[in-house]
Design a binder for this molecule. Sequence first.
Ligand SMILES: NC(=O)c1ccc[n+]([C@@H]2O[C@H](COP(=O)([O-])OP(=O)(O)OC[C@H]3O[C@@H](n4cnc5c(N)ncnc54)[C@H](O)[C@@H]3O)[C@@H](O)[C@H]2O)c1
Length: 327
Amino acid sequence: MAISILNETDLRNIIRMDQESLTAVEEGFAKLSAGLAEVPPILQLMVPENNGELDVKTAYIKGMDSFAVKIAAGFLNNHEIGLSTGSGMMILINSVTGFPKAILLDNGYLTDVRTGLAGAIAAKYLAPEHVKIAGVIGSGIQSRFQIEALYLVRKFLRLLVFGIIPEDVQIYAEEMRQKLGVEVFIADSYEQVVRESQVVVTTTPSTKAFIKSNWLHAGLHITCMGADSANKQEIFSDVFKHVDRIVCDNKAQCLRLGELSHAINDGIINSTTDITEIGELILGMKPGRKNVDEVTICDLTGVGVQDTAIARLAYHKACEKSLGIHI
Ligand SMILES: NC(=O)c1ccc[n+]([C@@H]2O[C@H](COP(=O)([O-])OP(=O)(O)OC[C@H]3O[C@@H](n4cnc5c(N)ncnc54)[C@H](O)[C@@H]3O)[C@@H](O)[C@H]2O)c1
C-alpha cells in the first residue's frame, strides 16, 4: 500500500489562503452542522513544565474517501529558542480500509490556514458589509493568518493592532502594511482596538480576559480564536450577556474549551441560550448579520472537520502535481 509524504514546502506551494481553501473549510463546517460528521472529543495533553500543550483532532465526514488525524502542538517557551510556538502534522487515512494514504509534514501550516479561514468564514456571515477599520489583538502567527483571511472577505482600509511585545508589534505592522497594502496603526490599548474597529479578532494564548463589555458598540463583530483550552480566556464572560448573537464553530466543544466555557461556568449563558454554529449560517439554517447595528461574537476552538477538509484538498492538489515522496 503506497503512502505519500508531503513536506512543508510542498504544502505551502499548493495550499494558499484563497477562495478554494475557504470553500473546502466551509464545506467541512456545513457537513458538521448537517449532522454528517463524526467528531470525537479532542485528545488534549498538557506539558506544564514546558508551557506546552498537544492536541489530537480528527473528523470523518460521511461519504468522503479519506479523513485526517492531526497532531498539533503549542509550546509557548519556544520563542525563547527561536522556534514558532505551534507545530504539528496530519495523517490522511483511507475511509474504506483505515490504512494511511499520506503523511503531511506541515509543521502546523495547514492548521494555521484552516484556522485563519474559519475566522474569515465567521466574518463573511457576521461582519458588517463595509469594514473601514479592522482590529487585532496579538501579533503572532494567527494574528497574521486571521487578518490575511479577513481581507479575503472584507476589504478593510485600516488595521489596528495591539500586542504586549512592542518589537513584535512593530515587525507585524510593517509586514501587514506590505502584504495587504492597507494602513496599519499600533493601538495604545485593547480598549482602543475594540472601540475603533468594526471587526476585532483576538489571537492570543492569554489566560486572563481583557475584552470588556463596556467597550462594545453597535455594528461590532468579534471573533475570538485564541482560547482553545479551558485555561485560556480573552473575553470577560459578561460580554456574552451584552451581544445580540452568539456563534461558534462547534457548540459542544466551545462550551467545554472555549470562551463559552467561562460564560457557562460564570452563569452568563445556560443550556437554553441561543448559540448558532457557523455551519448553520453556511447552510442558511440561521441568518447571518441581521442589521447594521447587531453586535455579534464568534468563538472558535478549531474542529476536526477543518483539518479533514484542508488535508484532503492538499492531498488532491499534491496528486494533481505529482508532488511528494511515495513509499
Ligand atoms: N481556535 C483554533 O482553531 C486555534 C488554532 C490555532 C491556534 N489557536 C490558539 O491561538 C492562540 C495563538 O496562536 P499563535 O499560533 O498565533 O501563537 P503565537 O505565539 O504565534 O502568537 C501569540 C501572540 O499573542 C501575544 N500575546 C500573548 N498574551 C497576550 C496578551 N495578554 N495580550 C496581548 N497579546 C498577547 C503574543 O505576544 C503573540 O504575539 C493560541 O492560544 C493557540 O492555541 C487556536
